[in-house]
Design a protein around this ligand. Structure first.
Ligand code: CDP
Ligand code: CDP
Length: 197
């Protein structure tokens, strides 16, 4: 079975949580594509040139301990605005999306660029204040700084010329602002189940 679930949306909207739950429920493989950009950003912070860092990325680069920090998110969104960096990561993501057995990918451009043919496209969003609060619960520190970071990254991701963050025309919108994790997961699973039957 080739079956792709594309889950896009802004930072801390709940994409990862929903993706993992959908993958487990339907027995699909899962790829968090944000990790690819975070790993490239980390290599650039170590002094590598961005395009070389993207072209030579290996599985080992994805299992670093420091990829979830706010700084890593910022570094990721900066390298993600470089078209050659995005291009270097396309093939791996496309192969993953169309692998036998089905796959869930979450990111910013899965339904629009990586897999426009995805059987299910979800755009998961929430109010910036809600997303920043959720991220702050995870990382702690100065709450105002976390909100500023989320807003800055949203603006960079939405305004870049190559593969900007936006819903695909046929994406199903899920606003998680007032949803519990279980409610958000159930909506996503219902959309997937509808396409599978
Ligand atoms: O992957 P993304 O950055 O979009 O978000 P996430 O890592 O799945 O979710 C960010 C945080 O929000 C996590 O701590 C989730 O548990 C939480 N969350 C929530 O409180 N309510 C939801 N409906 C979805 C996620
Ligand atoms: O978990 P969170 O939503 O905060 O971020 P992420 O999904 O790990 O993505 C980090 C950054 O990578 C984003 O802010 C984007 O700039 C970039 N990204 C992208 O451009 N395209 C993707 N498919 C995934 C991530």
């Amino acid at each position: 079975m080739i079956f792709t679930v594309a889950i896009d949306g802004p930072a801390a909207a709940g994409k990862g949580t929903i993706s993992r739950a959908v993958a487990e429920r339907f027995g699909l493989a899962h790829l968090d594509t944000g990790l690819l950009y975070r790993a490239v950003g980390a290599r650039v912070d170590e002094g590598m040139e961005p395009v070389a860092a993207a072209r030579t990325l290996t599985a080992g680069d994805l299992s670093r301990g420091d990829l979830r920090t706010l700084a890593a998110g910022q570094a990721a969104s900066k390298v993600a605005a470089i078209p050659e960096v995005r291009l270097a990561l396309v093939d791996f993501q496309r192969r993953f999306a169309r692998r036998k057995g089905g796959a869930v990918l979450d990111g910013r451009d899965i339904g629009t660029v990586i897999c426009p043919e995805a059987e299910v496209k979800l755009f998961v969003t929430a109010a910036p204040e809600v997303r920043a609060h959720r991220r702050w619960l995870e990382v702690g520190g100065d709450a105002a700084k976390v909100l500023a970071e989320v807003r800055e990254r949203d603006a960079r991701d939405m305004n870049r010329t190559d593969a900007p963050l936006r819903p695909a025309d046929d994406a199903i919108m899920i606003d998680t602002s007032t949803l519990s994790i279980d409610e958000a997961v159930e909506r996503a699973c219902a959309a997937v189940a509808h396409r599978l039957t």
